[in-house]
Design a protein around this ligand. Sequence first.
Ligand SMILES: NC(=O)c1ccc[n+]([C@@H]2O[C@H](COP(=O)([O-])OP(=O)(O)OC[C@H]3O[C@@H](n4cnc5c(N)ncnc54)[C@H](OP(=O)(O)O)[C@@H]3O)[C@@H](O)[C@H]2O)c1
Length: 353
Amino acid sequence: MCFHHNEGERLETARLADAVYRAIENTGRGGMRFWDKLLDRSVVFSFDRNGYRRHARGFDTESHRVSLRDRNFLVTGANSGIGFAAVEQLAKRGATVYLACRSLERGGAAVAKLSDHIPDARLELRQVDMADLSSVARLSETIDGPLHGLIHNAGNMLDSCQYTDENIEYITSLHVLGPYSLSLRLSEQLQAGAQNHSTRIIFVSSGGMYTQGLNSSELFEPTGRYDGMRHYAHTKRAQVVLAEQLYERFKPLGIAVHSMHPGWVDTAAVRRAMPKFALATKFILRSPDEGADTISWLAGYHGADIDEASGFWFDRARAPKLISKRVSVSTEEVMRMMTRLDQLINSTQAIPI
Ligand SMILES: NC(=O)c1ccc[n+]([C@@H]2O[C@H](COP(=O)([O-])OP(=O)(O)OC[C@H]3O[C@@H](n4cnc5c(N)ncnc54)[C@H](OP(=O)(O)O)[C@@H]3O)[C@@H](O)[C@H]2O)c1
């Protein structure tokens, strides 16, 4: 696919893409299935907003109407983008949602905005730096009641390699170690939730993880010239593997663990971290609401049929975890990563389970 630099031409390309999709829609069900398969093989026409719209034709609209009135969810990075949209979708269905935000000021503004849209929203604001294990520990101590969903959404991409005060690579700490620690620390609250409802932990990973296998050395001590996008992809791959590992640990407690990716979504993070990409895809990016759909669907889905295995989900369907023979996840690397995560957690705090 070629992207034009001129804004008018880009708009034309987006209009043309919309017209092509409409023409495909007119080919009837058999034709649609053929085109769906073909377009899903491409990344652009699947991760973009038209990909969402194609997939959404098959969505069960009833599941999003089921009330979540007696359920509690925690969303990290809830003050903007996909996290904010996920909170909105859950709160509209009556759920109580904890917004775990790095800044109380930005989190407070998000709560005020949501309360304007949804006057009876049940929202609880909490402060956390997900890259900081002591902050994660403090957050977990403020969650008393049962929890039916824990959504690891907070994320970032940096252009230089940075380390936390605990001397852990920052993005690995934010995307992998912090969520691992929080999942363990909230296990009692999640177990209490699982007494009466489907309860899930969800990692918001990225389609970018398809470009990298699991490499625990690269996760903890990136070598060579730091490439922020590459390192981000390593950590997003690690999230998918961590979800599988946590699934084995949590399933006996009645808690399922999944990962998902939202496609390409128009958010502050994309505009800040990948300005050229954001410009080139300006007219085909999904809205945060579209990007969050699979998160709130997974979190609020009542049946246990989706919990038979830890899935990597995209647009409410299981997606493959590997798509290239060049990329692999070996058992040795999985063990290395888990051993290292446990060592880091043990050396900084007691593990509750
Ligand atoms: N947008 C996409 O196309 C796309 C594609 C694939 C995956 N994702 C994933 O989707 C998730 C949400 O990203 P987004 O696109 O919605 O970006 P966003 O609007 O920038 O949201 C990121 C959120 O994470 C929070 N955050 C960052 N560092 C944090 C920390 N140390 N502790 C706690 N919270 C922190 C941010 O808080 P502040 O406001 O304080 O910075 C913000 O609320 C990320 O995990 C991202 O990797 C996005």
